[in-house]
Design a protein around this ligand. Structure first.
Ligand code: HEC
Length: 105
């Protein structure tokens, strides 16, 4: 009985966690389209990017060395031609959630 209840609670909590993550990623996508798409290819569906060697977001997501910490670092340090967006913590989290949602595996 105890195990069954535990299992039910687990089943209930899974979709909720997934939903919150999806919402963060959705918000992150809107931020990316607004603030990052001028320079970066931000969507998974784009097959061609700018030819100036800027990392696309799907490419960043695929890189093994890219973590939430390195992404946030890149967002906050003004990377060369990138303006200082003064992104808040929430915005950074959501952008990271969006970029990681592009991971294929
Ligand atoms: C004005 C152009 C511009 C905009 C807008 C821009 N970036 Fe960049 N970004 C660059 C350039 C140029 C690079 C290449 C690295 C460099 O030159 O420092 C880069 C690289 C990166 C990298 C990779 C760093 C690495 O480790 O390779 C990340 C992550 C990144 N940008 C995130 C973002 C995010 C998130 C946004 C939106 C909030 C954004 N960028 C908006 C120009 C831009």
């Amino acid at each position: 009985m105890k195990i069954a209840r535990h299992f039910a609670a687990l089943l209930l909590s899974l979709p909720l966690a997934g939903l919150a993550e999806a919402q963060d990623a959705l918000r992150g996508q809107a931020l990316a389209e607004r603030w990052c798409a001028n320079c970066h290819v931000v969507s998974r569906t784009a097959t061609t990017g700018r030819s100036d060697g800027l990392p696309t977001f799907p490419a960043l997501a695929a890189r093994k060395d890219v973590t939430a910490a390195t992404l946030k670092g890149a967002m906050t340090a003004t990377h060369s031609r990138m303006p200082d967006f003064q992104l808040g913590a929430r915005d950074q989290e959501d952008l990271v959630a969006y970029i990681f949602s592009l991971r294929t595996q």
